[in-house]
Design a protein around this ligand. Structure first.
Ligand code: NAD
Ligand code: DAO
Ligand code: ZN
Length: 370
């Protein structure tokens, strides 16, 4: 079939909207009509050329929601008409990683997914002249129709709106999961969130769910304060307005350091500040942000010797096929909020404008509606 897609032809250039060829699903695969997709900082990072795994031409996008149109041979858990959310972290439920409760990093299709291919080592997308186009994070939601492995799709309830639940495919789950699954934050915790964008706001939302006593938000952009406060931020710190040492300021503000700190900026300098603002003896710092290729983190080892720990999280530690339908229920039952964070919607033709809004810091989440 043919489908309309935003193709990342080369790094550093706007995506091009075009018709592309899409082959049907092979064994174990599913054809999905994407109804809505969010624009995440990570798509922008890959398009910029800073992503070490980035390869072109490709169809980016990993935060979508849609409907199953066709299933390939051997698919048993999904049928035509099911509503689904694509998973860039799949859940096969049988690999060593899926069987280990300490991780969500299913490895079943890791090699081919990282190379932009389906599990059989080929792509389903091509240009009209036959040039292959790579998949992205196994999802490629910047195409109206896409093919995914069955293990990379969470089946969700049919009454949930696509234009909101697409955000659960990355930002919501990553932020809330970092608190609930990775930090396992206790009632009464004091925490600091660095970066109040699409991920950081959901960390704040997760901290509120956890029963935090203090939620400090740190961002260079004061325009983020209103939304962060609405989601539960109790104190705001703009590093550019702090006189003297930022770590010392944050340690004092939290009464000795935070129980948990979260980096949602991808800046390695911020990651160091986050680690050092964690409480001596027990504070944990969780890295969510993805740093540019080749970047390294550093601190004095004594920071760890004295009881702080440094951790990381992908997709909020969530097991997608199991956890994502539950998060959709949380949204539908009013336990979490999504709507105010979707600040802009647009047709696929305007997708590059959505990334311009992100660059200017004017959006939280832009969503493309097909
Ligand atoms: P975003 O651009 O919406 O938000 C980033 C925020 O950080 C902005 O508000 C910006 O003003 C702030 N910021 C930037 N530099 C800062 C600094 N030095 N000090 C304080 N604040 C600063 O991005 P996002 O969509 O929220 O993504 C955040 C990060 O999370 C990105 O690196 C993204 O790639 C990563 N991410 C990770 C995962 C994962 O599974 N680990 C999933 C999705 C996104
Ligand atoms: O190596 O097993 C693996 C999986 C690595 C992918 C983890 C992705 C999380 C960070 C990227 C942000 C996605 C939006
Ligand atoms: Zn697995």
């Amino acid at each position: 079939m043919r489908t309309r897609a935003a193709v990342a032809v080369e790094s550093g250039s706007p995506m091009e909207i075009m018709e592309v060829n899409l082959e049907g699903p092979k064994a174990g695969e599913v054809l999905v009509e994407i109804k809505a997709t969010g624009l995440c900082h990570t798509d922008d990072f890959t398009l910029s050329g800073a992503d070490p795994e980035g390869a072109f031409p490709s169809i980016l996008g990993h935060e979508g929601a849609g409907v199953v149109v066709e299933v390939g041979a051997g698919v048993t858990s999904l049928e035509v008409g099911d509503h689904v959310i694509p998973l860039y972290t799949p859940e096969c439920r049988e690999c060593d990683y899926c069987l280990n409760p300490k991780t969500n990093l299913c490895q079943k299709i890791r090699t081919t997914q990282g190379a932009g291919l389906m599990p059989d080592g080929t792509s389903r997308f091509s240009m009209l002249d036959g040039t292959p186009i790579l998949h992205y994070m196994g999802c490629s939601t910047f195409s109206n129709y896409t093919v995914l492995p069955e293990i990379a799709l969470a089946k969700v309830r049919k009454d949930a709106p696509f234009d909101k639940i697409c955000y659960i495919g990355c930002g919501v789950t990553t932020g809330i999961g970092a608190v609930i699954n990775t930090a396992k934050a206790e009632i009464g915790n004091r925490s600091i969130v660095f970066g109040l964008g699409g991920i950081g706001l959901n960390v704040i939302q997760g901290l509120r769910l956890s029963g935090a006593d203090q939620i400090v938000g740190v961002d260079l952009n004061p325009g983020k304060v209103e939304m962060a406060t609405r989601f539960g931020m109790t104190d705001f710190v703009n590093p550019s307005e702090v006189e003297g040492d930022l770590v010392a300021h944050l340690v004092e503000l939290t009464g000795g350091g935070a129980d948990y700190t979260f980096d949602a900026t991808g800046n390695v300098g911020v990651m160091r500040t986050a680690l050092e603002a964690a409480h001596k003896g027990w504070g944990e710092s969780i890295i969510i942000g993805v740093a540019p290729a080749g970047a390294e983190i550093s601190t004095r080892p004594f920071q760890l010797v004295t009881g702080r720990s440094w951790r990381g999280t992908a997709f909020g530690g969530a097991r997608g096929r199991t956890d994502v339908p539950k998060i959709v229920d949380w949204y539908m039952n009013g336990k979490i909020e999504i709507d105010p964070m979707i600040t802009h919607t647009m047709p696929l033709e305007d997708i590059n404008k959505g990334f311009e809004l992100m660059h200017k810091g004017e959006s939280i989440r832009s969503v493309v509606l097909y």
